[in-house]
Design a protein around this ligand. Structure first.
Ligand code: PLP
Length: 399
């Protein structure tokens, strides 16, 4: 049967401690053992179903991990306290001193800063390449390369990574392909296309209510257990642990993810088409003008659409700022970073989420001053939203 990520989540069945339809929240940091021998075995990682200490694992975190693994089609998943908690743990697990990473040059600013500024302190170096050029990617791989890293749809430029192509290169060189799928949950299933590890910032679409940060690493049982190893697991030892209350609330929000993602996509597609017809410079992977559109057609799980993220270049930072302030005044969304909220969120990445990237590199990768990144909300009447947004653009001479 065809892999349907939302159905995989739907098929999970929960019975709470008292027969509740939601699993009970595990409100404990530590767990008792009836025998000292079992405690020793649990430390050694030998006992299934036994809990030791909540930084290692907890029932609530395991439930959420199970749902995310079902969504991504991986054997298992470890949840973390933030998306960066997932990214840093994975990289530190896979790389040691002297090692090398090949990554896309268009990635989230925090990931970029971690690789560019932090990892060299540990003598781990990174080549930032144009991920859409497979020959450039392969040429950057050296005997020291331990990770090939990308975002399925990149932040903020919405470049589409050829996950199958990258996976073939990674396999040929015997290195894991790590894909951050934060921008495209359900839309793209990287593990099905050959990714070895799939990461999300749960902070965004998956939780969807902008009330917490969270992350996840989806992968093989072997890799996820290695992250939790009490002796050398980066997840366990760096301590980026999600709280059980959060895990329980994110799990409940996940049950509407498929409905939300479809609506985000539908609204984003509508606005992208309209504003492109109006003559604006719009980037959206669902538009045939997008350089990654053909690839996206091959990779997308069509029923969820092409995602909720759109960028529009309005020509200058001044115009971008004026437009964002006016749209917020008119209650069309919030001038805020992050994504996946019920309201539209907009920001100018060059001066916010990607400000860690030096200006000359921003220019080289095509990140312009006037670029506004939109996370399109769940507006019921998107035609009305379009008219109101267009009115703002007309008043500011953008249209
Ligand atoms: N990955 C992507 C693509 C992001 O956009 C972000 C945050 O903006 C992160 C990772 C980091 O996630 P978090 O803020 O949950 O640590």
């Amino acid at each position: 049967m065809k892999f349907k990520p939302a159905d995989k989540i739907q098929d999970l069945q929960y019975f709470g401690e008292f027969g509740g339809v939601n699993p009970s929240i595990s409100d404990s940091s530590t767990y008792t053992f009836l025998s000292a021998k079992t405690m020793f075995d649990t430390f050694e990682g030998n006992t299934e179903g036994c809990y030791l200490y909540s930084r290692h694992s907890s029932p609530s975190n395991l439930y959420l991990g199970e749902a995310l693994a079902a969504m991504e089609g991986t054997e298992t998943a470890n949840v973390t306290a933030s998306g960066m908690g997932a990214i840093t743990a994975v990289i530190m697990q896979l790389c040691g001193t002297g090692d090398h990473i090949v990554t896309s040059r268009t990635i989230y600013g925090g990931t970029y800063a971690f690789m560019k500024n932090f990892l060299p302190k540990l003598n781990i170096n990174t080549s930032f390449v144009d991920i859409t050029k497979l020959d450039t990617v392969e040429a950057a791989i050296t005997p020291e390369t331990k990770v090939l890293y990308c975002e399925a749809i990149s932040n903020p430029l919405l470049e589409v990574a050829d996950i199958q192509g990258l996976s073939e290169i990674a396999k040929k060189h015997n290195i894991p392909l790590v894909v951050d799928n934060t921008f495209s949950p359900l839309n793209i299933s990287p593990a099905k296309l050959g990714a070895d590890v799939v990461i999300h910032s749960l902070t965004k679409f998956i939780n969807g209510s902008s009330d917490c940060v969270g992350g996840v690493v989806c992968g093989t049982t072997e890799f996820c257990l290695s992250l939790k190893d009490v002796n050398d697991g980066a997840g366990m030892l760096l301590g980026s642990t999600m709280d059980s209350y959060r895990a329980a609330s994110i799990l409940k929000n996940m049950r509407t993810l498929h409905i939300r993602v479809k609506k985000h996509s539908e609204n984003a597609h509508y606005l992208a088409e309209r504003f492109e017809q109006d003559g604006l410079k719009v980037s959206y992977p669902g538009l045939s003008s997008h350089p990654g559109h053909t690839l996206m057609e091959k990779q997308v799980n069509k029923e969820y659409g092409y995602g909720g993220m759109v960028t529009i270049d309005v020509g200058s930072l001044e115009k971008a700022n004026d437009l964002m302030e006016l749209m917020q005044d008119r209650n069309l969304g919030y001038l805020a970073v992050s994504l996946g909220f019920y309201k539209t969120l907009f920001s100018a990445p060059g001066t916010s989420t990607s400000s860690e990237i030096p200006e000359e590199e921003q220019v080289e990768m095509g990140l312009t001053d006037g670029l506004i990144r939109f996370s399109i909300g769940l507006d019921n009447d998107i035609e009305r939203t379009y008219s109101l947004m267009k009115q703002c653009m007309i008043e500011l001479n953008i249209l």
